[in-house]
Design a binder for this molecule. Structure first.
Ligand SMILES: CC(C)(COP(=O)(O)OP(=O)(O)OC[C@H]1O[C@@H](n2cnc3c(N)ncnc32)[C@H](O)[C@@H]1OP(=O)(O)O)[C@@H](O)C(=O)NCCC(=O)NCCS
Length: 190
């Protein structure tokens, strides 16, 4: 049996942020991000309360990457390389050339256009390098910041899936968004 060489997401440089692979020293920031109830308000699980809860997801984000599986980048400050958040292409379906998209940023960095910059770097890579043709985003319709960001990136709202999730006893709808490679050619923020 041949083993595949370990894959690491490439470093992508923006003007204010850099996407780079996670590194061991990011673990406290990774936990802190997922432990902030404001960041996790519309997330897929409640805010973590103990650092042990970070272990599996961090391990997967750090070592579980492959272009036909998932690509997890840390969003880092370009000046000091400090981790500010993350952006992920997950559930990559290589046969269909599709993936799901997720992003999150520490609360102190919201509202400065950093998420738009980071997600644009990831989408450029997804379409131009990985050759994907469709990217999907599942967003809680009450998450106005995330809906606005997706629309700013050219994602099209394709429908509402009612009561799709039950998270910490709360039933949540999904605003379902899709972005095609051909949409990106015209919608990509300058
Ligand atoms: C969603 C999130 C990444 C946005 O980060 P951000 O850095 O504040 O976003 P940006 O500054 O790049 O803004 C992008 C666009 O969204 C708008 N926006 C950002 N937050 C907003 C809010 N709370 N309400 C309305 N619009 C908002 C900005 O005005 C901008 O639009 P514009 O270009 O037309 O001015 C951030 O709020 C976050 O991490 N939230 C928690 C995690 C999360 O919900 N992730 C998404 C799960 S689906």
């Amino acid at each position: 049996m041949t083993t595949r060489p370990a894959y690491q997401p490439p470093v992508l440089e923006g003007t204010r942020v850099r996407l780079r692979p996670y590194r061991d020293g990011d673990l406290p920031a990774f936990f802190g991000l997922h432990a902030d109830p404001e960041v996790m308000r519309y997330g897929s699980h409640p805010a973590w309360t103990h650092p042990d809860q970070a272990r599996d997801k961090f391990e997967s984000s750090r070592h579980g990457n492959a272009p036909d599986r998932q690509v997890c980048w840390a969003i880092a400050d370009r000046d000091d390389d400090r981790m500010l958040g993350g952006v992920t292409l997950f559930h990559v379906n290589a046969a269909q050339r599709m993936a799901d998209f997720g992003y999150m940023l520490e609360r102190a960095s919201w509202g400065r256009g950093l998420a738009a910059e980071a997600t644009t770097l990831a989408l450029d890579h997804a379409f131009a390098v990985l050759g994907l043709r469709r990217i999907e985003a599942d967003i809680d319709p009450r998450n106005s910041g995330s809906c606005r960001l997706a629309e700013r990136l050219g994602f099209v709202h394709e429908g509402r899936l009612r009561e799709r999730w039950e998270i910490a006893g709360e039933t949540c709808d999904t605003a379902f968004y899709g972005l095609l490679a051909r949409d990106w050619k015209t919608a990509r923020p300058a």
